[in-house]
Design a protein around this ligand. Structure first.
Ligand SMILES: C[S@@+](CC[C@H](N)C(=O)[O-])C[C@H]1O[C@@H](n2cnc3c(N)ncnc32)[C@H](O)[C@@H]1O
Length: 350
């Protein structure tokens, strides 16, 4: 596998309503199970040692990615395009809310502050968000309000898992806890009791469950069975997140949801199993085709939580969708990229 294709892939961002083709080799997927891929992904998410609080865990990650802001201009432009399309059609521009704002590497903050009277940024880690605001001209900063909040709705579960693992509970106890956990649906969050003209969920759907739970449990506890249960909780969390985004959007407003969907690459010269599984992408594909054909076929290889793409239809009508690649690592040993899908959405009337 050569790094030569990396530059080529970078060019594929932001094509209107299309996922552009690439030159991925079509290979047999028969011998590769979805769990194989999940194991590989755990390898990466377990890089952070210790057992941190959810705030510290994401602060640590965000601290590292904060410096990527300048190199992520391409990615921000994809979001910018959706926002401009929403702005063209919005009558009221009172307020916008961003879920998972973090370091705002994906978010054109200036554009938001210039066009809305109030900008609400929600994240579990607010250190990076505060730093992101400092990039703004001082005259625009007062329009921004930051809310620190765990939007997964799973804080109780996280606390219980943390407690059990800290007392060296058995794998069975952890499995029982995960199995019996009844996922509560999220109501209007107390600090966010408003509806917004524009609501944005920016690559947070895949982050709500798996990264933090695997960080706490690590390989001491995670076996294939436990990972399957975590995956199922993550699917529900993604659904609930979609509901949450809808719930905070005015009927006449718009929403934008972006999510990473597939991870591709190689590590220490071994292809990540997904790289073996991913086929050549068709030249053109609209959002519905992408879901009906592509996602259904390669469902096992989707990033946990990216199933939010299936949930969108329940709450929204799709206006326009685009896919792009986000290269996250490019060294001699490791090459990784995410394929990201984003959509501008019109809330369905309730
Ligand atoms: C992949 S990053 C998104 C990047 C961000 N949109 C940007 O523009 O740089 C995921 C974000 O979700 C946040 N996050 C993860 N779990 C969360 C939770 N349970 N509640 C609130 N925010 C969460 C992380 O802190 C992080 O900022």
């Amino acid at each position: 596998m050569s790094c030569g294709r990396n530059k080529k892939l970078k060019k594929y961002y932001g094509k209107v309503e299309k996922i552009e083709s690439n030159n991925f080799q079509e290979t047999s997927t028969k011998e590769i199970s979805g769990l194989e891929d999940f194991k590989n992904r755990r390898l990466y998410s377990n890089k952070i040692l210790g057992q941190l609080s959810i705030q510290n865990f994401f602060s640590k990650i965000n601290h590292t990615v904060f410096k990527l802001h300048d190199s992520m201009l391409d990615i921000r432009m994809n979001m910018e395009r959706f926002i401009l399309e929403a702005l063209e059609n919005l009558k009221s521009k009172e307020s916008v809310i961003v879920f998972g704002a973090g370091p705002c590497n994906d978010i054109p903050l200036e554009l938001l502050t210039e066009n809305f009277s109030q900008v609400i940024l929600v994240d579990i880690d607010i250190i990076s968000t505060q730093k992101a605001i400092e990039r703004l001209d001082i005259s625009l900063r007062s329009k921004v309000k930051i809310i620190q909040m765990d939007i997964s709705g799973l804080d109780e579960l996280f606390a219980k898992i943390k407690r059990l693992s800290s007392i060296n509970a058995s794998v069975n106890e952890i499995e029982l806890l995960l199995n019996t956990y009844e996922y509560k649906s999220i109501e209007l969050l107390p600090e966010i009791n408003t509806k917004y003209d524009l609501s944005i969920s920016s690559c947070v759907a895949t982050q709500l469950v798996t990264p933090y739970i695997t960080h706490i449990l690590r390989d001491n506890y995670i076996n294939d069975n436990i990972y399957k249960i975590i995956t199922s909780i993550a699917r529900k969390a993604a659904y609930n997140h979609c509901y949450l985004v809808r719930k905070h959007t005015k009927d006449a407003g718009f929403s934008i949801i972006t999510t990473d969907v597939f991870e591709w690459g190689y590590f220490a010269n071994n292809p990540i199993s997904l790289a073996n599984a991913l086929p050549s992408l068709p030249i053109t594909m609209n959002f519905q085709e992408f879901i009906n054909i592509y996602l259904n076929k390669y469902r096992d290889y989707m990033l946990v939580g990216s199933t939010i793409l299936y949930d969108i239809n329940t709450f929204f009508n799709n206006v326009v969708a685009r896919g792009w690649y986000w290269e996250i690592e490019n060294s001699t040993l490791t090459y990784r990229l995410y394929m990201v899908m984003g959509a501008l959405l019109k809330p369905k009337p309730r």
